[in-house]
Design a binder for this molecule. Structure first.
Ligand code: KG4
Ligand code: ZN
Length: 333
């Protein structure tokens, strides 16, 4: 039997300092997430400089805690994975530099991981039976992509947003209606006691692209027009409109690539209404629907450990010259 591969993985692309120990891409031994949300909340969003500084302060403690929780020592680690893009450059650099230092000290392979490929890989942890090919809807704070996952490290982009990402729309709408940051989980909660009674626009294109800036503007206009608007109903209406756009393109993509497996990934895949709708379309269209457990939807290092393992298996390792690439495109890694 081949040896078990233990990966120490680091994720610092935005406002989470996270380190995980993952065995063979699927078995999470520890996944420590130190979130800075409370620090950035008062600014209404992530302040890049503050994020970098906090990563610097936290990273060694988080590495130690991840090793301790997994009950392993550095000498037991076989590969080091880290997110090297896309994301905030200063934040990414903290994780990349730490990973390089550990890889150099241990003389073990370094594997740079694309953040979004990590989000997709979160599904391998939650669903041991999931194997490519399948379709993945990636919805996060920075990305809205429909990806055909041809193999563990082969991706084809079928559609993407032309303006705002879905999570960005959630965050901007939340700020506009005074609900705070991060908007996604707050809107999710408020919408549960609301009804989708307000009419909001849906944008569709001939191809599989998305657009979410129109709906954001429509919400702002509606707020100005109706001072006594019901916030739960507005949240439910917003979620329904956004989900209609996502689901429509997912179904078109299913036809295009002829698959019966769909996964969702990224922070917005934690959204309870989106999860419920995906489940419903799965039942109607006879599709198997996968989504990560909630803690693996938003940023975490376990997903990076999974993606790093599959890259390593394909011989895709990085040199110690690895640098942060803030606007790295998917499939370019
Ligand atoms: O994947 P992620 O942690 O970071 C990026 O890679 O961007 O995603 C963060 C985004 C934020 O915009 C946040 O508001 C959104 O995911 N989000 C949600 C929920 N939880 C987080 N959006 C909708 N419903 C949620 N429950
Ligand atoms: Zn993310």
């Amino acid at each position: 039997m081949s040896k078990n591969i233990k990966c120490l993985a680091i994720e610092t692309s935005c406002d989470e300092t996270s380190v995980a120990i993952v065995e063979n891409g699927r078995n999470v031994l520890s996944n420590v997430i130190s979130t800075q949300i409370d620090i950035h909340k008062k600014y209404g969003g992530v302040v890049p400089e503050i994020a970098s500084r906090n990563h610097v302060e936290n990273i060694t403690y988080v590495v130690d805690e991840a090793l301790e929780k997994a009950n392993v020592e550095l000498k037991d680690i076989d590969i080091i994975g880290c997110t090297y893009g896309p994301g905030l450059v200063g934040a990414l650099l903290v994780g990349v530099s730490t990973a390089k230092a550990i890889a150099y000290a241990l003389q073990k392979p370094l594997v740079g991981v694309h953040h979004i490929e990590g989000h997709i890989a979160a599904n391998y942890i939650t669903h041991p039976e999931l194997t490519p090919p399948y379709l993945c809807l990636v919805v996060s704070g920075g990305h809205s992509h429909l990806v055909y996952v041809k193999d563990y490290t082969k991706f084809e982009i079928l559609g993407k947003t032309r303006d705002d990402a879905v999570g960005e729309a959630f965050d901007k709408v939340s700020r506009t209606i005074g609900l705070g940051y991060p908007g996604g989980p707050i809107i999710d909660e408020k919408a549960k006691s609301g009804k989708p009674i307000y009419s909001l626009p849906r944008t569709f294109f001939e191809n599989l692209d998305f657009s979410f800036s129109g709906i954001k503007t429509a919400v702002i206009q509606l707020m100005n027009k109706e001072p006594n608007i019901s916030i739960p109903d507005l949240c439910a209406s917003f979620e329904e409109a956004v989900t209609d756009m996502l689901v429509e393109n997912v179904l078109k993509a299913v036809e295009l690539v002829k698959t019966n497996k769909i996964a969702i990934a990224g922070g917005v895949s934690a959204n309870s209404y989106l999860r419920e709708r995906m489940k419903r379309i799965g039942a109607i269209h006879n599709l198997k629907v996968y989504y990560p457990e909630i803690v693996l939807c938003t940023d975490n290092a376990a997903m990076i450990g999974s993606a790093a393992y599959y890259n390593y298996q394909e011989g895709k390792v990085s040199s110690l010259n690895l640098n942060a690439v803030p606007n790295l495109k998917i499939g370019e890694s």
